[in-house]
Design a protein around this ligand. Sequence first.
Ligand code: SF4
Length: 703
Amino acid sequence: VGDSRDFDTETKSICPFCGVGCQVSLKARAGRIVKVDGINGPANEGRLCVKGRFGFDYIHHEHRLTKPLIRRDDAPAKGLNVDPGDFGAVFREATWEEALDVAANGLKGRGREVAGFGSAKCSNEEAYLFQKFIRQGFGHNNVDHCTRLCHASSVAALIENVGSGAVTATFNEIENADVAIVIGANPVENHPVAATYFKQFAKRGGKLIVMDPRGVGLRRHASHMLQFRPGADVALLNSIMHVIAEEGLVDRQYIEAMTEGWNAEREHLKGFAPEKMADLTGIDADTIREVARIFAGAKSAMIFWGMGISQHIHGTDNSRCLISLALMCGQIGRPGAGLHPLRGQNNVQGASDAGLIPMFLPDYASVLSDDVRAKYAALWGDDGGFGGEILAEKGLTVTEILDAVHAGDIRAMYILGENPAMSDPDVAHARDALAALDCLVVQDIFMTETANYADVILPAAAFAEKTGTVTNTNRQVQMGRPAVSPPGSAKEDWWITTELARRCGLDWHYSHPSEVFAEMGQVMDSLSNITWDRLETEGAVTYPSLSPTDPGQAIVFGDGFPRPEGRAKFTPASVIPPDEVPDADYPMILTTGRQLEHWHTGSMTRRSKVLDAVEPEANCSLHPSTLRRLGIAPGGQIRLTTRRGTVTLLARADRAIAPDMVFLPFAFVEAAANLLTNPALDPFGKIPEFKFSAVKVEAVDVI
Ligand code: SF4
């Protein structure tokens, strides 16, 4: 790109990667972004990580989809067999008119045979339109997105026990805390700018308690690192709470004034003495007692968690424990206190708020409520021919939809910006489902693995090419702006969904995302006092915002919870084992996750020169002693096999991994982690157990 100091335009927008939501300045020359700098957004205060600063060039990659594509009549059978740079044997180019007509003909009038996966990488307006298209156009709620694979269990527990699925305090509030727990999260790699605040907190003397089966990067800054046994989260957290209850360290006044269900919780905790839990958790009783006393003695304490908590069949129970821990110590609703599930994608909070989930319309309004459905029927008016009533039934979730394809109940899908052919558990099952569809419409910026199975591909604009709002992990609604134009005839997602909806019989006439945002404001209380004009001027407003000039509330629930009588709830959680425990055939534990340089299924970051140069090859990490025992040299080839599949890839030595574990990143198609993962679901959040599968490990290159 030449000298990156030389640019023509500078545009303020938002980083497209993680839920931290760093504000960026995109510098462009001759239609190409040449440099990205951090600016003073509320979440990042000028900071950026390697992805935000150097990962932008994917948008100019030669693999960008530039024209609508239609599967050729003589294409080979559907499979993972399309070259992303040379797809002429499988797809032919088409005009927008033809491609949209073919897509609409494949979907319209099919009612419950249709399902949709929207995207947490699109704007709030695009998420709202996507769920509206499925609900208004087909009359049901079979619409979901990747929150199902990420924090669905956390949201289920939060809604159940505090009445809201979002964080109770921004992560920046750690500045005002004196104790913080970070559990099941690896912010140094997954939320790197948030991690800088956590490190500063530790540096100024805050007690940072890190708990994780992996020795994650934050341990270097921690006052306490509890590397507990995988799957023992509930036992460990209940044991900490047992000590707090047994030693009378609870905040009685807070419990009495603000909560319900304490007596049952206290009784339940009696069975979790640290001495009894030491073997199960791998953490000695003295450490559990010490951590419990530190947390209970804090003036202000925060709890942060990630997918190490949520991606288990007991993910909802894990979050229930964290909520109970905060409640029993009165650590919600004050400066430096609160619950914060670190959200993953840049707009997973906003997409969920906008109703891109099968059980809730926008703002988590239940699809089972007659009043709620009547409100939307009145607002949306016309329908796609199904009769105007949205079904009074929770829709299917991501993995349930693919199961329904296998069962023959769902025959057509519209997938926007998601990549289930890489991201779903037991991905061979997911790929077979995609191949079995009569009609698959994929809307994306690249020929993803999922697009390989498409009948029609609609080329979309990347985030830096479009206008729209996004909501980060802090509940900050922020304005994204286009710095460059989309390549070829690629279009913004809101435009494509609108055109498709019109062809499916819906009377839609949106001409700008601001009109969609205004419609959202009519039904979403969370957007009260937040207008498009404000976001244009101010760049970010946190919800809830109490007046047209209020920048928003960083901390919520100091004066009660959005639950009956304003009280939060304790929900006791019992220990249940992982779905698939190691045995003689599959003796080790497989866990999956992200790496600093790569984002999710890799479709963007593996097309970024800098990021792919740093981390170019599929790899997994094991303890050096495990590698020695197996006769595998660091850097050698290793074969991982579970009951669902096998991958072969490079092995790395990492002392932070427990000797009976393997850590496998999921960004690499050549060794797709989800060929191995277990699709067993948490019964409440319907989230798969990505964090625990039984695996066999073998040397390919023996030392
Ligand atoms: Fe982007 Fe997240 Fe990095 Fe910020 S921390 S620059 S939002 S990837």
